[in-house]
Design a binder for this molecule. Structure first.
Ligand code: ADP
Ligand code: MG
Length: 349
């Protein structure tokens, strides 16, 4: 198997980021071909798939009794194994359908680091069943660091903080390995929930999770900035039961999301405290790198650098970092022994 993997007549390479909020697929030579929400909608009556990805996400919170729209990987664990399997297969087939020559593909999948051995086996199996010839798995923080162009193979400390939908992963990487790692089940989803509950408590107004996410993206911030804004939002009044609109200021949204943001900062601080001094001093020098959709929250880099006193950068493509990392590790492993070892070490599952 290794011989064929590293031979010059290599089958096509497919890199997949199976995230709690979004799934991305990269095809060698073509780039990122798919960026879709990790959501699947099922007809409860005959268990058939109604929609996957963006179309299914639009159904979240809007489904009649016979339809369930779910995020099978929410919280970073595979909450619904069967639907994860179907979703992954659907996404791989979407690419294979357009590129029939891919049926003998080598697939590398970035997986949340908290998942169990059984879940890892299950993901591998789903990939094989979808038509992949070989499947490798890699922990997301490693893929995110590689996709953010950090010098992971060097004898220097690199800190990557990947803030996704369900989980925040903080890792210190040196010499191609994860030296220190902390995973937190607080990320973008909890920020949305904090907004939802603030609006319920303060205005007796019920909003859905999609609206909360939209408020976060358009008006949310982690640190005060010069252009504070206002937003009009609509929801259902708890007492009258009728639709109602209110105006929110960006400052109060920031206040509402303090708790999940503090948890993220504390996890970074705790990881730094457990980092050997030489590596910690490398991180002081080179800074912290943020990836994942959560790093797009306005001012989150300033918040982290103000609390840790370490300069904080955002990855060039925060949402694409993991999938770009999976693609790069496969490519590099052909001629770079450090990457080859890394790939094999991470695939001994
Ligand atoms: P995962 O890896 O878990 O699938 P992603 O890295 O795709 O997660 O990030 C998804 C999270 O990023 C969601 O919580 C989403 O609301 C958040 N997000 C995406 N864009 C922005 C933005 N511009 N501002 C704030 N949060 C964002
Ligand atoms: Mg991710």
């Amino acid at each position: 198997m290794l011989q064929s993997l590293f031979s010059p007549f290599l089958p096509k390479h497919l890199g997949i980021d199976l995230g709690t909020a979004n799934t991305l697929v990269h095809l060698r030579g073509k780039g990122i071909l798919l960026r879709e929400p990790s959501v699947i909608a099922i007809d409860k009556i005959d268990n058939s798939i109604l929609a996957v990805g963006s179309e299914a996400k639009r159904m979240l919170g809007r489904t009649p009794a016979n339809i369930i729209a779910t995020r099978p990987l929410k919280d970073g664990v595979i909450a619904d194994f069967n639907q994860t399997h179907r979703m992954l297969k659907y996404f791989i087939h979407k690419i294979i359908h357009h590129h029939t020559f891919l049926s003998q593909a080598t697939v590398i999948i970035g997986i949340p680091s908290g998942i169990t051995e059984v879940e890892k086996m299950a993901i591998k199996e789903a990939s094989q069943k979808a038509g992949a010839k070989h499947t490798f798995l890699i922990e997301e923080p490693m893929a995110a660091a590689i996709g953010s162009d950090l010098p992971v193979a060097d004898p220097t400390g690199n800190m990557i903080v990947d803030i996704g939908g369900g989980t925040t992963e903080v890792a210190v990487i040196s010499l191609g390995g994860i030296v220190n790692h902390e995973s937190l089940r607080t990320a973008g989803d909890e920020i949305d929930e904090a907004i939802e509950s603030y609006i319920r408590r303060s205005y007796n107004l019920l909003i859905g999770s999609r609206t909360a996410e939209e408020i976060k993206i358009s008006t949310g911030s982690a640190y005060p900035c010069s252009n504070e804004t206002e937003i009009v939002i609509r929801g259902r009044d708890l007492f009258s039961g009728l639709p109602q609109a209110i105006k929110l200021h960006s400052g109060e949204i920031r206040e509402a999301i303090t708790e999940p943001l503090n948890e993220i900062v504390h996890t970074i601080e705790s990881c730094l405290e457990h980092t050997p001094p030489e590596l910690a001093s490398d991180i002081m020098e080179h800074g912290i790198t943020l990836s994942g959709g959560g790093s797009l929250l306005k001012g989150i880099d300033t918040l982290i650098s103000s609390k840790t006193h370490i300069k904080t950068h955002i990855s060039p493509d925060p949402l694409g970092a993991v999938v770009l990392g999976t693609a790069k590790i496969l490519d590099e492993s052909e001629h770079n022994s450090e990457f080859k070892t890394m790939l094999l070490r991470h695939s001994e599952h």
